[in-house]
Design a protein around this ligand. Structure first.
Ligand SMILES: [Zn+2]
Length: 266
């Protein structure tokens, strides 16, 4: 990752007032990452790097189709209280994260934007109640993407192990995005506990998992088989899809039916 190499008009941090003045923005995009350990071999910023790359690549693709996307800098911190058993994990409460994002979006609303997209890169975040309340209060439209869900349908064609914390998928993504930060030789096969209650193993009772109780190395899956080509393929599919959605969203005016399709009379 590097800053300051290119001016991108879709990227608020790198563009400037002379370009912004002549520009009509329709959609603001915000990635949300986290700062937490991932096994012994991946950087604490893993979720941040992923969300940042997905946001950047999706916005670049969307801009090529409809130049009215504005990307805000990715947030590096979010809700991580269930990983605090591991050293130097950083956690910010959901209420604070929501309030912060709410104020960011309110700033953009003042500048006329009414369509917002959250690209969530961390499973500990839960934005549903924020979206419900915020779009009611400010007469805006907020769209939520848990980015790892975007290409679930092709996951098994790209990876051979399940998508769990710090496993094959996340390691492949890191090998593609931040190869200099991956110390693969330090990766260990995690010891992961299962729930002692059958109802929880069956999935009809759930809880929030305290990672330090559950796993020895803050990982839930073996990263074996990870490779950068798989990481690139997964990112390409996800950002093609998100980029197309952003372009479609940007070019669709808000009318009384939005975001629903009007009923077609026969
Ligand atoms: Zn992660």
């Amino acid at each position: 990752m590097s800053f300051g190499e290119d001016i991108n008009e879709w990227d608020l941090a790198t563009t400037n007032l002379s370009r912004v003045r002549g520009q009509l923005y329709e959609v603001a995009v915000l990635g949300v990452g986290s700062m937490e350990p991932h096994n012994l071999h991946l950087p604490y910023g893993e979720d941040f790097f992923q969300a940042d790359a997905v946001s950047r690549e999706s916005c670049a693709k969307a801009w090529a189709k409809c130049p009215s996307i504005l990307r805000l800098p990715t947030m590096p911190f979010s809700v991580d209280c269930n990983l605090m058993g591991f050293p130097m994990t950083v956690s910010v409460s959901q209420a604070t994260v929501n309030a912060f994002i709410g104020e960011l979006f309110t700033s953009m609303r003042r500048h006329g934007l009414r369509k917002f997209v959250l690209i969530n890169g961390h499973g500990g975040n839960s934005f549903t109640s924020f979206v419900r309340q915020f779009q009611h209060d400010l007469d805006v439209h907020v769209f939520l993407i848990d980015w790892w869900e975007v290409c679930r349908d092709c996951y098994d064609q790209i990876f051979t192990r399940p998508d769990e914390h710090a496993g094959q998928c996340e390691t492949s993504l890191a090998l593609e995005l931040v190869p200099g930060l991956v110390e693969l030789h330090k990766a260990v096969a995690p010891k992961v506990k299962t729930f002692r209650f059958e109802a929880m193993r069956r999935g009809w009772v759930s809880t929030i998992r305290d990672f330090a109780r559950m796993t020895d190395c803050c990982s839930l899956s073996n990263p074996q088989g990870a490779n950068k080509e798989a990481g690139r393929r997964y990112l390409d599919v996800a950002t093609d899809r998100i980029g197309s959605f952003l372009a479609e969203l940007a070019s669709t005016p808000i009318d009384e039916d939005f975001p629903f399709a009007p009923i077609q009379e026969k």
